[in-house]
Design a protein around this ligand. Sequence first.
Ligand code: A2P
Length: 317
Amino acid sequence: MKNEVANLNSGLQMPILGLGTWKAEAGAVEDAVEQAIRMGYRHIDCAAAYGNEAEVGFALKKCLDEDVCTREELFVTSKLWLEDKAPEDVIPALQESLEKLRLTYLDLYLIHWPVSLVKGSDGKKFYTEEELPNSATWKKMEEAVAQGLVKSIGVSNFSDVKLSKLMKEARIPPAVNQIERHPYLQRDKLMKYCRMNQIHVTAYCPLGSMDRPVALKESNEPVLLEAPEVAQIAKKHDCTPAQVLLRWSITTGSSVIPKSTNRKRLKENLDSLKVMLDPNDLGKLADLEQGIRFVDGSFWTQPENSPWTMENLWDGA
Ligand code: A2P
């Protein structure tokens, strides 16, 4: 099956369904990435912070060595961690990711969060935006493009306010904003802002990320994959709830990166591209908006001396 693509403002085409690797354990992710590429995935989403880039790299190398696909057919993303946002650390961090992933370039490199941390502070010491503006990190991301180390650059977890500030100083506009997005958190205002500014949106947590660390979970949170409205639509189309959620994300304008390390579910998720939702389904799913964030970023607001509040992290959205 041919994966549909999104046209990025960098000129690159991104397959709209990719494989997420957050929470994919080192022992399982290598097989998952290899199997995914063999069954037709061409977009793999990684990050230095996921701690599994070396295992992903083994799988990428194996698939490329065995001509399962060409490097040009693959779209690989990674993300700059927050302790590497000082200008002098950006390119070395990128090179480390490239080495682990066994690649000579990335298709997309993202600033993982607008938050910046002091190197070696174990997530406890923050730079304020005045001390280390995202625009200073961005200049080095632009330099990485000039050096041929990455083809496109973007951000993750940025609000419209933060994007707008960054774009005022950017030479290369961000190609992508990767954000949490699903029917419980549809992000209409941010989607509109990104569409108007030619910034593509990739949705993470599209299935509700039930395998998140316990510290990131609420005891009473709703289970997206078990929403009765989603089950009804799945029944109507003879597909699964996960396939409804993934197709919703694509139909409403984002690319989507479900994580799975299970072969059956990897295939199920890829096959969501065959599902078509009608306006009636989309209306019912639109009604599920509840403003529920599964990754709400409150962990950045908790350390002592953090300059971050929920208000200034998300700018009220
Ligand atoms: P597993 O890796 O065992 O398949 P998200 O992409 O929103 O972060 O969600 C990832 C979680 O959803 C993981 O627990 C993953 O488990 C599970 N998952 C992935 N695909 C499916 C699917 N098709 N049906 C049900 N659960 C799924």
